[in-house]
Design a protein around this ligand. Structure first.
Ligand code: ADP
Length: 421
């Protein structure tokens, strides 16, 4: 009897252990499915535990499907947000409360090319500006400051951006404050504004000098011309005339520049035999008193035929370059004008053996009002605008312009014109 009981107990224990193992296996499979967020197949659970396991599996499957659906919704929303931010011209940046970057759109790289893979990086390592960090703090403090132009440092240059910031409403359970910033690049406007201010200041300065000389001399003449020795009066009148001419040339050059820089610079191209144009010009110079004091030579490749140019404007280039060669050399020195064919263009050179231009000035001489020696340029009647006029006309013709020089040995000014096909 005891033996039978022991046997029955052993069988019951065996069955219980078997079912327990099946449960464990089922639970493990279930745990794995939950971890991997996959559907749990009923067949993977214990076969004979019917209804309870069925309900548990259905509930878990339903919640895993819901999680999948929410995840898909979140990723599509994120993709939509990224696409929207990516297509914006303005740079957008989100930072957490310790200034770690949580999100930055592609436009930020347009302003700051080094801002690649910056998620998680501290803000101040990417955008260098004390002013911006103060702005971030005031946004975080809820002061919501107005749009503000802020200067950033990028290497040796300054970048200007108009910045707007706002706090991002916290999500459920989120404790730290996120802040969002929109940066609109205004560097180009700032540079243009600075150029315009510089230009106005330069023009005023250039006009003021001859005007104040004229005013002073006219006042003296008005007050005392009756008692003045005739030589002094002549000297005064000559000075007034010289400065009036200077004002005239300055206004002429300013007008020419403004026409060349306008939307319609009025280029009247025609087919012109370049060798004839150059020889005619040089003959003309040889007949003038200033040209007669110098030795003028020309060397033109006979293969150069006609070119499609605006003859008046190209003449203006030659006049500016030859006038400079006459101004910045001693009397008796040599000026060579040459033209040769180079691939699909004609390369023209005006060379002198005058004072030359120091290497540090050479990159700037085509800028408006740039002069190496202000006193010498003014004394020779220069306006500081001749070479920028040359540059504009060459560029309008689709050519290039540059200069080479050795101080004490002379300068060579080159420009190219496209050759006709
Ligand atoms: P400017 O009216 O003063 O001559 P430009 O624009 O023609 O103005 O020239 C700019 C400056 O470049 C001049 O002031 C002068 O210092 C320098 N420069 C131009 N041509 C020569 C040259 N042939 N030799 C030496 N310096 C020159």
């Amino acid at each position: 009897m005891l033996q039978l009981l022991t046997l029955l107990l052993a069988v019951a224990l065996g069955v219980a252990l078997y079912k327990l193992r099946q449960h464990r296996q089922g639970l493990r499979a279930l745990e794995q499915a939950v971890r991997q967020n996959q559907r749990f197949l009923l067949e993977e659970g214990p076969a004979h535990f019917g209804a309870d396991w069925g309900r548990l599996c259905n509930a878990i499957n339903a919640s895993s499907e819901e999680i999948n659906r929410l995840q898909q919704y979140r990723s599509s929303q994120l993709a939509q947000l990224e696409a929207t931010l990516g297509s914006l011209q303005e740079a957008v940046l989100i930072v957490d409360d310790r200034n770690h970057i949580l999100l930055a759109n592609h436009a930020l790289q347009g302003i700051f090319p080094d801002a690649k893979n910056i998620m998680g990086t501290r803000l101040e390592l990417v955008l260098q500006s004390r002013e911006f960090l103060d702005y971030v703090e005031s946004v975080r403090a809820g002061k919501s400051p107005a749009q503000q132009p802020i200067e950033f440092v990028r290497g040796n240059e300054s970048i200007w951006a108009e910045v707007t910031g706002a706090l991002v409403p916290p999500l459920d359970g989120q404790k730290d404050k996120w802040a969002l910033f929109v940066l609109h690049d205004i560097t180009r406007q700032r540079k243009l504004e600075a150029l315009r201010k510089d230009f106005v200041a330069n023009v005023s300065h250039e006009l003021r000098t001859p005007l104040s000389v004229i005013k002073g001399y006219v006042e003296t003449l008005v007050d005392s011309h009756r008692d003045m020795p005739i030589e002094d009066r002549d000297r005064f009148l000559n000075t007034i005339q010289r400065h009036t001419e200077r004002l005239n040339s300055l206004l002429d050059d300013l007008l020419t520049l403004s026409r060349l820089e306008s939307i319609n610079p009025g280029l009247a191209r025609e087919s012109i035999a370049l060798p004839d144009l150059i020889s005619g010009l040089i003959d003309d110079y040889r007949g003038r008193p200033s040209g007669a004091q110098h030795q003028l030579f020309i060397s033109i490749d006979p293969a150069i035929g006609s070119v499609l140019i605006d003859p008046l404007k190209i003449t203006q280039i030659f006049e500016n370059l030859i006038d400079n060669a006459l101004k910045y050399t001693q009397a008796g020195s040599r000026i060579d004008v040459s033209a040769r064919l180079r691939e699909k263009e004609v390369e023209i050179c005006v060379r002198d053996n005058g004072w030359g231009i120091p290497a540090e000035d050479l990159p700037h001489i085509f800028e408006r009002f740039y002069r190496v020696d202000k006193g010498r340029s003014r004394e020779k009647g220069g306006t500081g605008l001749g070479l920028s006029i040359v540059k504009h006309i060459v560029q309008l013709h689709g050519g290039r312009v540059w200069a080479e020089s050795q101080p004490g040995q002379g300068s060579a000014f080159y420009f190219t014109l496209p050759q006709r096909d």
